[in-house]
Design a protein around this ligand. Structure first.
Ligand SMILES: [Zn+2]
Length: 508
């Protein structure tokens, strides 16, 4: 590679984001990537720059920072789909070929930036992010720099590290720092462009998995680990990442990793090793208390009050981890215990939302809610409800993580249970994790005034809801996004991995 003499380099920008829970009920098709949901739909060419503008997305942060550093951008293709089971072969090949075709047409490039998640599994390729990086590398050759930003939940493979000149992950879960991570990636790339040389790197994997509720960076041990990461970056002049991983992707290299880049190989290796040792020492601290639905509701009824609601995280049906957002275990517990001023959301049920819209506001009728994902121990919840409020699903989020996201969740409705009039259910048509207060305000629910908020989310809700919550209880109701990775039927993981902190060892 050549040093870029003027400040101006030509950088191609692309992205494919998918977090694959190989145990989840539904695969991601091309239509899922084309459709806008919480995030923009599949976008190509100059429209890409507008589509992500002002949103807390890595590509948006990269674009702003690279431009302010004086670089010229060549937008290729960007898309994402909600977390689910495998990306279909057709979707993966169509998207990647579209990206490569545009890349092949771009001339005189100095670098390529990709906005990747890092935990994508396709039907025919297990390390799908490694494959994307390898195909891009093959096309651009060794002379052009290749960097990528990654999600906190990336399962970083050896191939990904080998193919890229720089990988930078989020360091916050909730992911309030997605755009910041894109900007950090731009600065790392800029450093290489200006010096004309690649940076030294180091990488380590871990031999234990952690459940996602205990990965939250607002609580220990991750809070302390990321504080140390920041200190080590200063001390060793390195750019470091710790990815706790996505423990629902059944492939050989699933798991946590630390990696970093810097000018001096010894310094980077030292920083990565210090971080690795600290994480290894924290293994037992990754354990987390989980509540059965009945116990959680009983406690929340006692402790929640308007102004200080108790938040119940329905973690195992988190649409952000491959759930369909339609399980009913926690709803049944709320109704059965006749909770007061309790709202559950978002229950993703297009049929029921449409039925509510047809019946109209104020109508009273029987519904059979959710429970259609074939989850063992779960089924539809039948009951009489009043249609209290309708919404078109279009609104803009305001919380720290989703700020500026333009939601388009399809018809939404707020139902009130006739059997337990203190319980309301917020329905949406399109899958989305309940992580922003606007999702409830859109249906006239002011979250702060409730006693109990039951949210289909694992951790992201904490950014916007923890500040108003008396406490947060993580609930284990039936769902596909198991809080304890040891409960999955692994078949492809490498042997010797502990399936939870200090837990049973996978024998193959
Ligand atoms: Zn994530």
């Amino acid at each position: 590679m050549d040093r870029v003499e003027s400040a101006r380099a030509r950088i191609a920008v692309g992205g494919i984001q998918h977090e694959t829970n190989t145990f989840a009920p539904l695969k991601a098709t091309l239509a899922d990537f084309e459709q806008a949901d919480a995030w923009p739909g599949l976008t190509t060419g100059p429209a890409l720059l507008e589509a992500v503008k002002g949103i807390n997305l890595p590509a948006a942060g990269f674009i702003d920072e690279a431009r302010s550093l004086g670089h010229e951008l060549v937008p290729l293709l960007w898309c994402s789909a909600q977390p689910s089971a495998h990306v279909t072969r057709d979707a993966f090949e169509f998207i990647v070929q579209g990206l490569l075709a545009r890349l092949a047409q771009a001339r005189s490039l100095d670098a390529v930036y990709l906005d990747l998640h890092g935990a994508m599994v396709a039907e025919h390729i297990e390390d799908a992010d490694g494959e994307v990086l390898a195909r891009v590398r093959k096309l651009i050759g060794p002379g052009v720099l290749l960097v990528a930003s990654l999600d906190f939940h990336a399962n970083v493979s050896a191939r990904m590290v080998e193919q890229a000149d720089g990988l930078v992950s989020f360091r916050s879960y909730p992911h309030v720092d997605m755009a910041d991570t894109g900007a950090r990636t731009a600065r790392l790339l800029d450093r290489m462009l200006r010096t004309g040389s690649r940076l030294a790197s180091a990488w380590h994997g871990f031999e234990f998995l952690t459940g996602i509720p205990s990965q939250c960076s607002f609580i220990e041990p991750c809070r302390g680990i990321y504080r140390l990461l920041g200190e080590l970056e200063q001390r060793h002049d390195a750019v470091l990442s710790f990815t706790p991983g996505f423990p629902m992707a059944d492939f050989d290299e699933c798991g946590m990793a630390v990696f970093g880049y810097g000018g001096e190989a010894r310094e980077v290796a030292g920083a990565v090793e210090a971080l690795r040792a600290s994480i290894a020492d924290s293994e037992r601290d990754f354990a987390l208390e989980l509540y059965a639905p009945d116990d959680a509701v009983a406690r929340a009824k006692q402790r929640g009050e308007p102004g200080a609601p108790v938040v119940l995280a329905d973690t195992q049906d988190n649409p952000g981890a491959g759930g369909n957002g339609d399980t009913t275990g926690l709803l049944a517990a709320l109704v059965q215990q006749r909770a007061h001023e309790a709202t559950l959301g978002l229950l993703i049920d297009a049929q029921s939302a449409e039925r509510a819209h047809q019946a109209g506001q104020g109508a009273r009728l029987a519904f059979t809610l959710g429970g259609r994902s074939g989850i063992v121990g779960d089924g539809p919840f039948a009951g009489e409800f009043t249609v209290e409020r309708l919404g078109d699903g279009r609104f803009t989020c305001s919380g720290p993580m989703f700020k500026g996201f333009r939601m388009n969740l399809g018809p939404m409705a707020l139902l009130r249970s006739r059997a337990a009039p203190g319980v309301r259910v917020a329905l949406a048509t399109r899958k989305c994790q309940a992580a922003d207060q606007e999702m409830l305000r859109h249906l006239g629910v002011e979250p702060r005034r409730e006693r109990i908020l039951a949210l289909k989310s694992s951790v992201h809700f904490r950014a916007d809801f923890e500040p108003i919550a008396r406490e947060v209880l993580v609930v284990k109701a039936p769902g596909p996004a198991l809080a304890d990775p040891a409960e999955f039927r692994w078949t492809k993981l490498r042997k010797g991995v502990r399936l939870r902190p200090l837990g049973p060892v996978y024998q193959g």
